[in-house]
Design a protein around this ligand. Structure first.
Ligand code: HEM
Length: 412
C-alpha cells in the first residue's frame, strides 16, 4: 500500500538547513565533541551505560566487532520504524537472522547482480567527466558532481527516473527517512508524521517507474527491466527492495563522498597519493585512499542494536560486561576504527593498512550489500576529481551532518 502524500508544503531539507549557530553546534557536536568523548570512553569504559538512559555505548574495536558478529544476541531495532512507514514487505537491514532474511538477500543479489559493476562504473565515469568538463574549472563538488552521479545511477541503472519537479523532495525525503530509521530512534508523533510525508514522495517515484516499465519495458541491464523480464519477483517485493536499495545508497553515498573528499583535500599525504593514483588511473589505490579517508572521518557516529535478553560482552577476554535486557546498544564503528589497541597510529593517513581494520561497510551479518557498487562509484568520482588537482575554495558547508556545498577549482 502506498501512503498518500500529505497535502500542504512539500518537506524540504533545503529549507530546513539550520541557522549558522545551530549549524556550528551540530558540526561541533558530530565532528569534534562526539569523537572526543567516544575516544575517552574507548580508553576507560568501552562498554558504557549512558547515565539515566536506556542506551549502552560500545566504542572499542573488539567489542564493536563482537556486537556486529552476535546478531542473534544483538538484533537491529529498525522494524518499529519500518512498520510505522507501512513499508511492506520489510527490508534487509530491519530483519533478523531468519530464513526469510537469507531468501531476501538471495533475491536482492540476483537482481543487483555483481556483473553490473562495469555498467555502474561507466555511468559514474561518464557523468563525472561530463560535469567536470561542463563546469570548466570551478564546481560545487557536492551538488554539481557527487549528487548528479548518485542520481544518474538511480535513473540509468535502477531504471527509476526522477522527474525534475520531484528531484528536491525525493533527495530530501531519502535523507529524512534515513535519519528517522537509523538516527535518534525517536518515535515521537511529529517525527513519525514527517517521515511518513517524506517517504510518500519516494514511494511515488518508485511506483511510477515500475508502472511505466510495464507500459514500456526497460532493458535487462536495469534493475526494474531485469526483474520484470526474468520474473525474479513480484512488484510488491520489487518496490520494497528498490526502497531499501535507495535508502541504503543515497544518504550514505552523499555522506561518504563528502567526508572522504574533505579528508583528502585537508591531508597532504592523502592528497599526494590520491592525485598520483588518479593520474595513473590506479583504481585500486584510489579506492584504498578513499577507504582510509572514511576511516579517518567516518560518516556517522554509530549504528543501533538491541538486547532482547540480558547478555555478556567481551567473551573470551579478561573483562566482561553485563548488558541488561531491552537496552538500546549504540555501536560506534567511527570510534572502533580509531582504536589504538588494533590500529597503529590511528590518526595518521595510511592507505596501506590491512583491510581487516575497516568497518566502513559494517561487519558480519548485515555487511553492506551495496559495498561494491559504492566502491566503483567512488573510484570513478575520485579519479575524475583528483587527476585534475582540485583545490578547495573554502571549508565544506554542512546541512546538519550532511556535506552540502564545497566549491573547488581544478585544472580544466
Ligand atoms: C559509501 C557508501 C556506503 C556506506 C558507507 C555504507 C555503509 C553501510 C553499513 C555500515 C551497513 C551496515 C549497517 C548495520 O550493520 O547496521 C550497510 C548496510 C547496507 N547497505 Fe550500505 N553503505 C554504502 C553504500 C550502499 C549502497 C550503494 C547500497 C545499495 C546499492 C547500500 C545498501 C545497503 C543495504 C541494503 C544494507 C543492509 C544489508 C543487510 O542488512 O544485509 N549501501 N551499509
Amino acid at each position: 500500500m502506498t501512503i498518500p502524500a500529505v497535502p500542504g508544503k512539500i518537506f524540504s531539507l533545503k529549507d530546513k538547513r539550520p541557522g549558522p549557530i545551530a549549524q556550528f553546534l551540530i558540526t561541533f557536536l558530530v565532528r569534534k565533541l562526539i569523537p572526543f568523548v567516544f575516544g575517552v570512553l574507548r580508553r576507560f569504559a568501552p562498554v558504557f551505560r549512558f547515565p539515566f538512559t536506556n542506551t549502552v555505548i560500545v566504542t572499542s574495536f573488539d567489542h564493536v566487532q563482537e556486537v556486529f558478529q552476535r546478531q542473534n544476541d544483538f538484533p537491529v531495532p529498525y522494524q518499529r520504524q519500518v512498520d510505522l512507514l507501512d513499508w511492506k514487505p520489510t527490508f534487509l537491514l530491519a530483519m533478523k537472522d531468519t530464513p526469510d532474511y537469507w531468501q531476501t538477500l538471495e533475491q536482492v543479489k540476483k537482481i543487483w547482480s555483481a556483473s553490473d559493476l562495469e555498467f555502474v562504473r561507466e555511468i559514474a565515469r561518464d557523468v563525472s567527466e561530463a560535469e567536470l568538463k561542463k563546469a570548466g574549472g570551478r564546481i560545487d563538488a557536492i551538488q554539481d558532481l557527487m549528487v548528479p552521479v548518485t542520481e544518474a545511477v538511480i535513473e540509468r541503472y535502477y531504471g527509476v527516473p526522477i522527474p525534475a519537479e520531484a528531484r528536491q523532495p525525493f533527495f530530501d525525503g531519502c535523507m529524512h527517512v534515513a535519519g528517522f530509521l537509523f538516527g535518534s530512534q525517536s518515535l515521537a508523533p511529529k517525527a513519525v508524521e514527517s517521515a511518513q510525508q517524506a517517504i510518500s514522495t519516494v514511494w511515488k517515484v518508485i511506483d511510477d517507474a515500475i508502472a511505466a516499465a510495464h507500459k514500456n519495458p526497460l532493458p535487462e541491464n536495469t534493475i526494474i527491466g531485469r526483474c520484470h523480464a526474468l520474473k525474479i519477483t513480484n512488484d510488491e517485493h520489487l518496490r520494497s527492495y528498490l526502497m531499501g536499495m535507495i535508502m541504503g545508497y543515497l544518504p550514505t553515498n552523499t555522506l561518504a563522498n563528502g567526508h572522504a573528499f574533505d579528508v583528502i583535500l585537508g591531508d597532504a599525504t592523502a592528497y599526494r597519493i590520491g592525485c598520483a593514483a588518479a593520474e595513473k588511473e590506479d583504481h585500486e589505490l584510489v579506492q584504498r585512499v578513499v577507504r582510509e579517508a572514511l576511516r579517518i572521518s567516518y560518516i556517522l557516529p554509530g549504528l543501533w542494536r538491541t538486547t532482547p535478553e540480558a547478555v555478556e560482552l567481551g567473551i573470551g577476554s579478561t573483562k566482561t560486561y553485563k548488558i541488561e535486557k531491552d537496552r538500546m546498544v549504540y555501536i560506534s564503528g567511527m570510534s572502533a576504527m580509531k582504536d589504538p589497541r588494533r590500529i597503529a597510529k590511528p590518526d595518521t593517513f595510511d592507505p596501506e593498512r590491512s583491510r581487516d581494520v575497516y568497518m566502513v561497510y559494517g561487519h558480519g551479518f548485515h555487511y553492506c550489500v551495496g559495498a561494491a557498487i559504492a566502491d566503483v562509484m567512488m573510484e570513478e568520482i575520485f579519479t575524475a576529481l583528483l587527476r585534475r588537482a582540485p583545490r578547495a575554495e573554502g571549508k565544506m558547508i554542512f546541512n546538519g551532518n550532511f556535506p552540502w556545498t564545497l566549491n573547488i577549482t581544478y585544472r580544466s
